[in-house]
Design a protein around this ligand. Sequence first.
Ligand code: ATP
Ligand code: MG
Ligand code: MG
Length: 550
Amino acid sequence: KEVVSKNFIELAIDKDLAEGVYDHVCTRFPPEPNGYLHIGHAKSILLNYGLSQEYNGEFHMRFDDTNPTKEKTEFVDSIKADIQWLGADWKDHLYYASDYFPQMYEAAVKLIKKGKAFVCDLSAEEIREYRGTLTEPGKESPYRNRSVEENLDLFERMKNGEFEDGSKVLRAKIDMASPNINMRDPVIYRVAHMHHHRTGDTWCIYPMYDFAHPIEDAIEGITHSICTLEFEDHRPLYDWVVRELEYPMPPRQIEFAKLYLTNVVTGKRYIKKLVEDGVVDGWDDPRLVSIAALRRRGFTPESIKKFVDLCGVSKANSSVDYAMLEYCIREDLKLKKARTMAVLNPVKLVIDNYPEDQIEMLEVQNNLENPELGSRQVPFGRELYIEREDFMEEPVRKYFRMFPGNEVRLMNAYFVTCTGCEKDENGNITVIHGTYDPESKGGNSPDGRKVKGTIHWVAAKTAVKAECRLYENLIDEEKGVYNEDGSMNLNPNSLTVLKECYLEPSLKDAKAYDSFQFVRNGFFCVDAKDSKEDALVFNRIVSLKSSFKL
Ligand code: ATP
Ligand code: MG
Ligand code: MG
């Protein structure tokens, strides 16, 4: 990788290595298994994995499963699949924070013995009151000066299940007058008689995030613990924990800004509501930006990597346009995929001077910009489907496609002159007629005649019928994501289902996640959930054109 300019995290790592603070780099991605990963998590995954690669170091995958309420095995599996798909290979470094519960307990005992932690009987509400505010110092707990012996005894009894939830907590003894509220004797262990998805009922006390996380990092030998900006003012506590526990090589926390997409829903609570209300068909609905949804829509790991790279790493929160993500997938696919013909909104075109039962195979280049993709055979015949919008009985100004008397090019095939159309009793056009010029095979006329319009087509006899789904943003962008009452401004046109599309036969055997360019219509991907062998369903990944500029 050509390094143009390093980001602030790389500069910090360079400095640490130069000063001998660490002699190697070890990063981690620590999701809580309480939901599906989204594009923001992809940024964190690729950042941490990328740094481990760049510095020839290690990358750890760790489930931060210290909070038993919301965690589920289902999420563990989906998270693993998503990270593997993104290509962040953790090799044999897969960890569960819950495996460290014994060490965390020992760490708490160590703090108690050092006089740095105490068992407190204040209620949650009292603790909050005593904590003070930004402008007022906190008040010390009346239990703060319990003896080491008493604390050891009470903490052990907490572990043994003698106390009810919320009746006692273990707190770090730091400084109730600290300007940083996180340092005002934070709670580090609580009593919670809850079943844990991995440790079962072994524990009835659980460590708090700010205590558990630095221990997890230190146990694994993480050097740079990269997290998002909201943890910046927790860093003094992180440093306090690793210092007081006297780890030989304390990890360093570095914060960066979260990735936000403009007018896109990422909050778990909101997605859950969309699923429950049936607005979307699951966490992987192609309109969402969970990694599962992006994969189902047809995004590639490469496109997401490119996107994350373009966003860069920063200390300032900002929001990126979805169009940039679309740009990245377009760039990724444009040379990799065959340019095939599919008619999404069909009307029949009959070439009256073409032999009735003849089917002729035409040799078509798969991608004119990438000859390596080779060519394929596309059948042509007397009856074709073309897009309804490629015909106008009475053309408007500058309309160069089919209208009576006009000659156009059928892409990769022949010149055709439109001779008229048939209509039903309601005036709807049912069939268009034309005649072809046999001399113009391949799409050029030997006499040098020019045509202005080129349209795509699919031979009716051999066409594969399929469903295509077109997407727009779930959100009405004019109005923004949320109303004042917290409800969402949904775009009623976010999904268009086209049930009767016709594809050229080369697409017949397309499998889940296969993607193609459908000329003029965009890039499409076989839907992994709903597509069947004899009833293909395609998602439009992205259209071909955009006003997006880099
Ligand atoms: P969410 O509430 O959206 O699920 P989270 O931070 O609670 O996010 P975690 O499972 O705790 O989810 O996140 C795992 C890692 O992903 C953390 O290190 C977190 O900082 C990072 N992360 C989460 N959201 C983003 C984002 N939008 N941009 C970059 N990194 C993120
Ligand atoms: Mg999460
Ligand atoms: Mg979290």
